[in-house]
Design a protein around this ligand. Sequence first.
Ligand SMILES: Cc1cc2nc3c(=O)[nH]c(=O)nc-3n(C[C@H](O)[C@H](O)[C@H](O)COP(=O)(O)OP(=O)(O)OC[C@H]3O[C@@H](n4cnc5c(N)ncnc54)[C@H](O)[C@@H]3O)c2cc1C
Length: 386
Amino acid sequence: MHEEKEDPSGVQQRARHFAETDIAKRASEFDRKEHLPKDVITKMADAGFLGAAVPEKWGGLGLDPLEYGELTESIGKACASTRALLTVHTSLVAETLVERASNRLKEKYLTDLALGRRIGCFALSEAGAGSDAASVTTVYRREQDVFILDGRKKWISFAGVADLFLVFAKENDLTSAFLVERNTPGVEIRPMSGMLGNRAAHMAEISFTGVEVPVENLVSGIGLGFGLVANTALHHGRYSIAWAGVAIAQAALETMCAYAAEREQFGVKIGSQQLVQKMIADAVTQVGAARELCRRAGRLRMERSTDAVIETNIAKYFSSTIAQQVTSDAVQVLGGNGCWDQYPAERLFREAKVLEIIEGTSQLQQLMIADHGFKKFAGSGSGWGK
Ligand SMILES: Cc1cc2nc3c(=O)[nH]c(=O)nc-3n(C[C@H](O)[C@H](O)[C@H](O)COP(=O)(O)OP(=O)(O)OC[C@H]3O[C@@H](n4cnc5c(N)ncnc54)[C@H](O)[C@@H]3O)c2cc1C
């Protein structure tokens, strides 16, 4: 167990080394085979990365939000599916338990999660409940000292390999959150394939038929599943996705610059053409701006500011939007090679699109940001319309 905090610069160096040597060159193979191999998950666990944002007290590395963001960028630049494991296991599950679980539940699961002895996944979405996540139809009922769960979850990243599921279910109008162990009778996993991005993230459907969950595995309290637990998880997940956008856009920027500096057409390097330079200039600007928004959200999280939630949404929205634009331009700069899976641009393009959908779509972020804008600015104008 990591009892003292390791020098953060040492962690970042190890993360960059892991990203470059263990995953960058294999990312396209993981994507093609739709499989993140066990050795990658084991190395992440051994390096402590799966508990990167968990306090040392619970076996984690105790990175602060800015340090964790930097680590997420390093890993996300090399492989989106490997980064997705951090988003799901570390941000959505472990960080949520740090904040919302009882000490008893932490003792039962958190150290195992931080050390990667168990893998966690986040089971909120259903076929009929996506953006409107509060409309889940998975149900629970209490019977003596257990809760009984029935229902079906869809699109659950890493459900194919996870040991522990953070599951959201309803009784009447009360949504509650439960930790369900994989090997509980009545749990059935059906792997899903053919996704646009995060293809190696062991996505699966999970069905629960009369699944008995010990009462102590209720997270927080009855009826707090959506408002408290899911919202905490999504706050952490969005921060991770914001950095994922920076990571993918940075990888695309480097790809397009390297290509434009070599590729010749009409007797000159294409990088000397001003229309190509415009795409590179836009990418440099957008990546820099997205990284600064992520850092701003990170600083506010460190200060425990109430603005951290909306600034995380803003960072997630901006960063996933520019990742989509920058990766599209990377495909453009690489031309035919940009459309070919022997070059990274097409994979980055697919991975970027997914970021606009997961952890709350861009439209949902826009609704929340606009609401914030009205509250903050509608009364502070210079009197237009009065
Ligand atoms: C790669 C991947 C990994 C995922 N991993 C997980 C996971 O680990 N755990 C999990 O629980 N879920 C996961 N999901 C599911 C994901 O959270 C949902 O796909 C997402 O929340 C969107 O829900 P939906 O697909 O049902 O789309 P819908 O909610 O049906 O939305 C469809 C479209 O309608 C728009 N829309 C909906 N409501 C509004 C509104 N009020 N105003 C404006 N526009 C609106 C949306 O923005 C979107 O463009 C994953 C999905 C993907 C693609």
